[in-house]
Design a protein around this ligand. Structure first.
Ligand SMILES: Cc1ncc(COP(=O)(O)O)c(C=O)c1O
Length: 433
C-alpha cells in the first residue's frame, strides 16, 4: 500500500510527554467537575450544572446593529491589534460606570481589560503567589479561582461562610493566629455579592469589618463581582472597592453575565501599580484582549443599551428564580435538604443531610436526566460532599420545574438510605440539616 501523507517521516518512537512537562504543569489535572459536566451536555438532560446566562436573552439585534456600524465606520481599527491595557474608550466607559453606579473612584488607568475575569484571576496568581504564599478563600469558593491559583501552589486557608457571607469573626481569629506565627497573608479572595456557588451576599457590617481587618493585618482583597448587577429583590450593598480608602482592593468585573460571555470581556479595577504590573504579565500571555469585541462592548455602553438589557435579564432571571424556589418548596424532601434563597445571581446552594454525598448521587441524577454541580468541587479540601450547586438562569421555565421533579426523588432515595444506615448502626439520626 502506498504511504499516506500522515505516515511520512513518522517513526515508532514517540516521546514520553510526561517526562517533558515542567514541574509547574504537573499540578494541572483534568478536573472531576469538567468530566462530570461533559455528561450534562446530553440533550435529554436538564442541567442545573453550568453557570450559563440564558442565550434566549442575548441582545442579538443591538449587537448586529453595532457590528454593522463599526465595520462601516471603523473597520481598520477594530480589526487591528490593540493595546495590552485595552481600548481606551472602553476603559473610560467602564470607569465612568463604576463611579456613577457603584461609587468606585478611579480613572481609565485603574482599568485593565482582560479575556474574562478568569484571566484577571490567573494574572493575580502569577503576580502575587509563590509556593510559600498564604491566601484566604471562602469555603465554599469559586472553582475557577481555586484552579487559577492552584498552579502557583499557595497555601490556601478556607474560612467558612454562612447566609450572611464570609464569617469575618472566624477570619479575625485566623489572622490573629497567623500573626502569632509571623506569617503574611498575601490576599483574601471573596465573591461578596451573590456568591458563586452559595448565592448569598456578605452583610454590610461584615464588609466594613473586612476592610478594617485588611488595614489592621495589612493584606490585599480580591473582590470578584460578576453577579452584583443581577439583583432581583432587596437593596444594593456597597462593593468592597467603594469602601476602600487605602487602595487595597482589586475589583474584578465582567460582561459575561450582564451582556454576553462570548465576548470574553472583563476588567480588573485596582491600584495603578498593580494594574501596570498585570498589564506587563498579560502582554507576555496574549498581547491584547480582542479589540473587536471590546469596541462592540464600548458602543453598547455608549449607546446606553446596557441598562435596558439589565432590566430585561433581571426580570427574566428573577422570574426563573421564583419558579425554582417554588418548585423546590413543592417537591423537595425537606427532611433531607435545605437551600439558600438568594436575592440575585444565578445559583442556589443546597445542603443535604449529614452523610449524604452529592457525588455518589450524581450517577442516579444523570440516569433521571437531571444534573447539578457536586459540592466538593468548590472547596480547597475535601469538604462539601453533602452540598450541591443549582443554576436557575439557563434552563427554560418548564424545564426548571421538571428538573426539580426529577431530582427530588433521587435526593429522597439517598436521604432515606443514609437515614436507614444510621438507624441500623444506632447512630444519631439527624433530621434536616
Ligand atoms: C465568581 C466568578 N468569577 C469569575 C468568573 C469568570 O468569568 P468570566 O466569564 O468573566 O471569565 C465566573 C464565571 O462563572 C465566576 O462565577
Amino acid at each position: 500500500m502506498e504511504k499516506q501523507p500522515d505516515d511520512l517521516g513518522k517513526t515508532d518512537v514517540t516521546p514520553t510527554y510526561e517526562n517533558l512537562y515542567s514541574d509547574r504543569s504537573r499540578t494541572m489535572k483534568a478536573s472531576e467537575i469538567r468530566e462530570l459536566l461533559k455528561l450534562t451536555q446530553r440533550p435529554e438532560i436538564i442541567s442545573f450544572a453550568g453557570g450559563l446566562p440564558n442565550p434566549d436573552a442575548f441582545p442579538v439585534e443591538p449587537i448586529k446593529e453595532i457590528v454593522q456600524d463599526l465595520l462601516k465606520s471603523d473597520s481598520k481599527r477594530i480589526l487591528q491589534y490593540g493595546s495590552t491595557q485595552g481600548v481606551p474608550e472602553l476603559r473610560e466607559e467602564i470607569s465612568k460606570r463604576l463611579k456613577n453606579r457603584w461609587n468606585m473612584d478611579g480613572d481609565p488607568d485603574n482599568v485593565l481589560i482582560t479575556v474574562g475575569s478568569q484571566q484577571g484571576l490567573e494574572l493575580l496568581g502569577r503576580l502575587f503567589l509563590d509556593p510559600t504564599s498564604t491566601i484566604v478563600m471562602e469555603a465554599p469558593t469559586y472553582l475557577g479561582a481555586l484552579n487559577a491559583f492552584a498552579v502557583y501552589e499557595p497555601r490556601v486557608s478556607s474560612i467558612p461562610l454562612d447566609d450572611h457571607g464570609l464569617d469575618v469573626d472566624k477570619l479575625e481569629e485566623y489572622l490573629v493566629n497567623l500573626q502569632k506565627h509571623s506569617v503574611n497573608l498575601k490576599f483574601i479572595y471573596v465573591v461578596p455579592t451573590f456568591h458563586n456557588p452559595a448565592g448569598v451576599c456578605m452583610a454590610e457590617s461584615r464588609r466594613h469589618k473586612l476592610m478594617d481587618l485588611s488595614h489592621e493585618y495589612d493584606f490585599l482583597i480580591v473582590e470578584d463581582d460578576p453577579y452584583g448587577e443581577l439583583r432581583y429583590t432587596g437593596e444594593p450593598l456597597p462593593t468592597l472597592k467603594s469602601l476602600d480608602k487605602e487602595d487595597r482592593v482589586i475589583y474584578l468585573g465582567t460582561f459575561s453575565k450582564t451582556l454576553v460571555p462570548g465576548f470574553r470581556i472583563a476588567w480588573s479595577f485596582g491600584p495603578k501599580p498593580i494594574i501596570n504590573k498585570m498589564e506587563i504579565a498579560k502582554q507576555a500571555m496574549d498581547l491584547c484582549t480582542p479589540p473587536f469585541t471590546q469596541h462592540i462592548a464600548k458602543e453598547y455602553l455608549r449607546r446606553g443599551y446596557i441598562d435596558e438589557h439589565l432590566k430585561t435579564i433581571i426580570s427574566i432571571y428573577g422570574n426563573k428564580q421564583r419558579i425554582m424556589l417554588k418548585a423546590m418548596d413543592e417537591y423537595m424532601p425537606k427532611e433531607h435538604i435545605r437551600w439558600t434563597k438568594p436575592e440575585g445571581g444565578m445559583f442556589l446552594w443546597a445542603t443535604l443531610s449529614d452523610g449524604m454525598d452529592s457525588t455518589e448521587m450524581f450517577t442516579d441524577a444523570i440516569a433521571e436526566n437531571v444534573a447539578y454541580v457536586t459540592g466538593k468541587s468548590f472547596f480547597a479540601d475535601d469538604a462539601g460532599q453533602n452540598c450541591m450547586r443549582i443554576n436557575f438562569t439557563h434552563p427554560g421555565d418548564e424545564k426548571i420545574v421538571e428538573g426539580v421533579k426529577r431530582l427530588a426523588p433521587v435526593i429522597e432515595k439517598w436521604g432515606d438510605k443514609v437515614r436507614k444506615m444510621k438507624d441500623d448502626t444506632g447512630s444519631e439520626v439527624i433530621q434536616g440539616v
